[in-house]
Design a protein around this ligand. Structure first.
Ligand code: SAJ
Length: 443
C-alpha cells in the first residue's frame, strides 16, 4: 500500500471508530430549520454536538435551552444543553476540535435569478481555516450540481489536505418539510454522495448513527441533482396545474372538480392544486439553481423557465379575478376595501418567504384598493417598504370589506363565518369547497 493509501486508510479508520463509538465531535454550521433539527438528532443519538451560527441571538437562545424552530420544541433542546450534549457558538475556531461538520446555510437567489453562493463560500472559508486530518465535511444546502467538488473542494484543500485521504467530503440534500407531522429529520430517508468512495462510506456511516434510512449514491453530483429533481418536479407540476386552471377559467370548468376526479386514478397521476402563486424558500428557488447550471452546460431548461413564468403570473390573475368580481358588483377596485384571509406561503405555518400574498396585496394597493388581512400565524407584515399592516381578527372586518380573498387556507379559519359575513369572496384555494353561493368566485 503506498503512502497516500496508507494515510487514507488511517484517517478513515480513525474517523470510522469515532463515529461508531459516538465520540466523534459533531459540528453543524447554520442553525435554522435544517441545521437545528439535525443537531438535535445527533445529540439525541449520543454525540456531543456544537452548533455554529453567525446570529448571536440564536446562539444565546439555544444555550439558554430556548428554541425558535417550530419543529424543535425547547423541551427537547433544554435537556440536551443541560446534559452537555448540545452547545451553540458563533466562534468558528471550535472547528479545530471537531470531527464532523454539516453545512446547513441558506442558498437564495439573487435578483437576477442567479445562485447566491455567498453563505456557502463564507462557511467554507471559515472551515478551511480550522480543517484538520480525519474530518468529515458534508454540505446539505440545496445547490447546483458540481458545487461540492468544483467550488468547495479546492477551498478546503488550500492548506494541502487531500480530499478522500486526509479529510472526507460529501453532499447530502436536506429534505426537511417544516410543520410536517409525519416526516421529520429522523425518519426521512437521507441521500448522501461523496467525492470518493471513502467519502461516501464515511458519510453513510455518519448518518446511520442517528437517522433511520440512509441512501448512498455514487457522487456528490448525483446527490446534488437528486434534490433539484425533487423540487423541480413539484414546481413544474404546480405550474402545469396553474395553467390548467387558467384554461378551465376561460372554459367555465371547475378545475377543482377536475383535479379531484383525476385524483381517483389509482396509478400514474399525482394531484397538484392551483393557487395564488408559488411561495416558500425551496420550490420557487431550487429549480433556478438547476436552470442556471444547465445553461452553462449548454442546455436551456425550458420547462423550468416556463413554469416559473406561469407561477409568477398567478398573483396578477388573482388580482384580475378580484377586480372583475367587484366590477360585476358595480364596484371599482379603486376605493374598495379588500380583506385577505391568510398571508403565509402555505397553510398552518408562519413563514412569509416569497409568499404570493405579498405580491397580491401590493398589486391591490397599487390599483387603489384599501387592503387589510387576517392570519393567526402572522401578526404584522411589511407589504411595501415603509407600509406595515397588522393582522385583524376576521370577525371585525369580514362584513365591512367589499371583497374577501382567501389566499392561504389555514385550517383554523372559521369558513362558515366567512360565508355568513362576507359580501363577496374570491377563493384561490377551494377552501369553501363545501359551499355553493353566487358570492363565491373560485380560481
Ligand atoms: N403549492 C401549490 N400547489 C400545490 C402545492 C404547493 O400552489 O399543489 C404552493 C404552496 O402554496 C406554496 C408553494 O407551492 O406556496 C410551495 O409549497 P410546498 O407544498 O412545496 O411546500 P414547501 O415550499 O415547504 O416545500 C417543501 C419542500 N421540502 C424540501 O425541499 C425539503 C418540498 O420538497 C416538499 O415536497 C414540500 O415541502 C411538501 O411536500 O410539503
Amino acid at each position: 500500500m503506498n503512502e497516500t493509501n496508507a494515510t487514507a486508510t488511517t484517517s478513515l479508520a480513525a474517523l470510522e471508530a469515532k463515529i461508531q463509538n459516538k465520540t466523534a465531535r459533531v459540528g453543524i454550521v447554520g442553525l435554522g430549520y435544517v441545521g437545528l433539527p439535525l443537531a438535535v438528532e445527533f445529540a439525541k443519538a449520543g454525540f456531543s454536538v456544537t452548533g455554529i451560527d453567525v446570529q448571536t441571538a440564536k446562539v444565546d437562545a439555544l444555550n439558554q435551552g430556548s428554541s425558535y424552530i417550530q419543529d424543535v420544541p425547547s423541551s427537547v433542546v433544554a435537556p440536551l444543553v443541560e446534559a452537555g450534549r448540545f452547545q451553540a457558538t458563533d466562534d468558528f475556531s471550535v472547528i479545530r476540535d471537531l470531527d464532523t461538520i454539516n453545512i446547513c446555510v441558506p442558498t437564495p437567489l439573487r435578483k437576477t435569478k442567479d445562485p447566491d453562493m455567498s453563505y456557502i463560500i463564507t462557511a467554507c472559508q471559515q472551515i478551511a481555516e480550522f480543517l484538520h486530518p480525519g474530518m468529515l465535511i458534508i454540505l446539505e444546502s440545496t445547490t447546483y450540481p458540481g458545487t461540492t467538488d468544483e467550488l468547495m473542494r479546492p477551498m478546503l484543500e488550500k492548506n494541502g489536505l487531500r480530499t478522500g485521504e486526509d479529510f472526507f467530503l460529501c453532499f447530502s440534500p436536506e429534505r426537511v418539510d417544516p410543520g410536517n407531522p409525519k416526516y421529520q429529520t429522523s425518519n426521512i430517508p437521507k441521500v448522501v454522495g461523496g467525492t470518493t468512495q471513502n467519502c461516501t462510506h464515511a458519510g453513510r456511516l455518519f448518518y446511520q448513527q442517528a437517522l433511520e434510512t440512509v441512501v448512498p449514491v455514487s457522487s456528490t453530483q448525483v446527490a446534488e441533482m437528486v434534490k433539484l429533481l425533487e423540487n423541480t418536479f413539484r414546481m413544474i407540476n404546480i405550474g402545469l396545474v396553474n395553467e390548467i386552471a387558467l384554461m378551465c377559467d376561460r372554459m367555465a370548468i371547475n378545475v377543482w372538480e377536475v383535479i379531484d376526479a383525476a385524483a381517483t386514478k389509482p396509478f400514474g397521476f399525482m394531484p397538484f392544486y392551483p393557487g395564488p402563486g408559488l411561495g416558500g424558500h425551496c420550490i420557487p428557488i431550487d429549480p433556478f439553481y438547476l436552470s442556471w447550471k444547465s445553461k452553462q452546460a449548454g442546455i436551456e431548461a425550458r420547462f423550468i423557465e416556463l413554469a416559473g413564468y406561469i407561477n409568477g403570473q398567478m398573483p396578477h390573475f388573482v388580482v384580475e379575478k378580484v377586480q372583475n368580481a367587484l366590477n360585476d358588483a358595480t364596484k371599482p377596485l379603486r376605493g374598495s376595501h379588500v380583506h385577505v384571509m391568510g398571508v403565509a406561503y402555505k397553510r398552518d405555518i408562519d413563514d412569509m418567504r416569497e409568499s404570493p400574498a405579498l405580491d397580491i396585496m401590493h398589486l391591490l394597493m397599487q390599483r387603489g384598493a384599501t387592503v387589510t388581512y387576517s392570519d393567526p400565524f402572522v401578526s404584522a407584515l411589511e407589504v411595501e417598504p415603509g407600509t406595515t399592516l397588522t393582522a385583524q381578527p376576521p370577525a371585525e372586518v369580514l362584513s365591512q370589506a367589499d371583497c374577501v380573498v382567501v389566499i392561504t387556507d389555514h385550517k383554523g379559519f372559521d369558513y362558515a363565518g366567512v360565508m355568513d359575513k362576507a359580501k363577496l369572496i374570491v377563493d384561490t384555494r377551494n377552501a369553501l369547497k363545501a359551499y355553493r353561493s353566487d358570492k363565491i368566485v373560485r380560481l
